[in-house]
Design a protein around this ligand. Structure first.
Ligand code: COI
Length: 337
């Protein structure tokens, strides 16, 4: 194993002891195997390649203060992947198999879990893909489920450092009755062009409005949207085309525990200026504050570029304290491996 500089990890692929692979054929999953090489041999007619029959998940594993290794809410990811599998006509991975795969692959890669105190975590990427050939448009007859793992640090450079964001009115992420509420690669492919354009112009992330009316806030390309009112009210969009984020659900629960009012409802674009704090939230980005939002000629300044608002700071620190086992896990979110 190559020596890893844990403190300077970013968010990217790195070699480990391998991933785990299961195949579904003739109506059943096999027992799965650990595979060293990060490659997959598949039929060139695989439905994931031609018709995008695929979905994925993102979650994290932490080396905790007490020396144990725990995954954060893996059952929630297993459930979301099952919902996505139904929507994309793939065989849902049973929760038991999902958790067993997680244990096996993390156990094979314990040396790659960033040690407690380094600020890193192990990113877990489950992937379900149609690997059977299917040239007429139809679901495949064979599927592969993979969990790959990698040690990661912050998604955006600089830790909990506010970012600027942009709204484009000429590109949408997900159709009103499309697939925005499930975790398919197509949602990310739909945002790539806008995402690269935004990055080239100095915005690390773009925010989407609802595709039908462009009146309501939906989510960022990478993560959910949170707005905090000056009185501490936590507001997040209610929309059928937003991904139900496990992190957002977690933060809403923490906010309520901390005495903040929580509202899940439509957020008109105009309301953004009334927020004293805004953030992107998700497994990879955790809680990333947004200090400025640009739409055409309009620039909304939420806060100073270096300011992390008190509510976001407290939410960020609380979720991380639970994940690293520094405070009691009163909701039973952490799953020992
Ligand atoms: C995650 O937060 O885990 C995701 O899957 C989002 C992706 C942009 C990294």
């Amino acid at each position: 194993m190559k020596e890893i500089d844990w403190k300077s990890l970013g968010f990217g692929f790195s070699e480990t002891n391998g991933h785990i692979q299961y195949v579904w054929k003739d109506g059943a999953w096999d027992r799965g195997e650990l595979v060293k090489e990060p490659y997959l041999k598949m039929h060139i007619g695989a439905s994931c390649l031609h018709y995008g029959q695929e979905c994925f998940e993102g979650m994290k594993v932490f080396a905790c203060k007490d020396g144990k290794i725990r995954a954060f809410r893996p059952q929630a990811n297993a459930a979301r992947m099952q919902r996505t599998a139904v929507r994309t006509v793939m065989p849902p991975v049973p929760e038991e198999m999902f958790l067993d795969a997680l244990k096996r692959v993390v156990n094979a890669n314990r040396d790659y879990v960033p040690p407690y105190g380094t600020g890193g975590s192990m990113y877990i990427r489950p992937l379900l893909i149609g690997t059977g050939p299917q040239i007429g448009v139809a679901p495949a007859h064979e599927y592969t489920f993979i969990i790959m793992v990698m040690p990661v640090g912050n998604y955006y450079k600089g830790g909990i450092k506010p970012v600027r964001c942009v709204i484009y009115d000429n590109w949408d992420r997900a159709a009103p009755q499309g697939m925005g509420d499930v975790k398919v690669g197509g949602n990310y492919a739909a945002s790539l062009f806008a995402h690269e354009t935004a990055k080239k112009n100095g915005w690390p992330v773009e925010l989407y409005l609802d595709a039908k009316t462009h009146q309501y806030v939906e989510e960022f390309s990478t993560s959910n949207f949170i707005g905090i009112k000056p009185d501490g009210t936590y507001v997040t969009p209610d929309s059928p085309s937003v991904l139900p984020s496990v992190t957002n659900d977690t933060l809403r629960t923490i906010a309520a525990d901390l005495g903040q009012k929580v509202e899940v409802r439509k957020i008109p674009f105009e309301e953004i200026e009334t927020f004293s704090e805004v953030a992107a939230c998700g497994t990879a980005v955790v809680v990333t504050p947004v200090w400025e939002i640009t739409r055409g000629d309009k620039v909304i300044k939420i806060c100073e570029p270096d300011a992390v608002g008190p509510h976001l700071r407290r939410l960020h620190d609380t979720v991380q304290d639970i994940q690293y086992g520094r405070i009691p896990d009163t909701h039973g979110w952490c799953y020992e491996l």
